[in-house]
Design a protein. Structure first.
Length: 129
């Protein structure tokens, strides 16, 4: 029994020694560093998966739009609509009506050359506004 007691004391002395404690601290530090690196990689890959899924969704929606346009352009009516829209084409016998906003006329009136007296009067009126 004495040898057993002696071996326990020896083991206790080794485990509680400064070099062994320092060794355990170093091993724990390396383990924590490795675990932190794995956590960061997992977090980053989760973000990348979310970004990739969003891009996939956008591409699928874009593909649907392109497919619809392709189906429309495979018909005679679809081709005609696209040509009319892009190039303002008309069939023989048809007339095209162009509707113009009235704003360019207002701009033209405002930019007319004013006489010297008109410019002075405009400055006086704007001063009191």
């Amino acid at each position: 029994m004495s040898s057993r007691l002696h071996s326990k004391r020896l083991l206790k002395r080794i485990v509680y020694s400064k070099p062994f404690v320092i060794f355990l601290v170093i091993v724990t530090a390396f383990s924590l560093k490795a675990a932190w690196g794995a956590y960061q990689k997992m977090s980053e890959s989760g973000e990348r998966v979310a970004i990739a899924q969003a891009e996939k969704q956008e591409l699928q929606e874009e593909r649907e739009v392109i497919s619809e346009n392709l189906e429309r352009l495979q018909t005679r009516r679809g081709i005609e609509e696209e040509l009319r829209k892009k190039y303002s084409l008309t069939k023989e016998g048809e007339e095209m009506v162009v509707i113009v906003d009235s704003q360019p006329e207002q701009v033209a009136e405002e930019t007319k050359e004013k006489s010297v007296f008109g410019q002075i009067w405009g400055a006086v009126v704007n001063f009191f506004d």
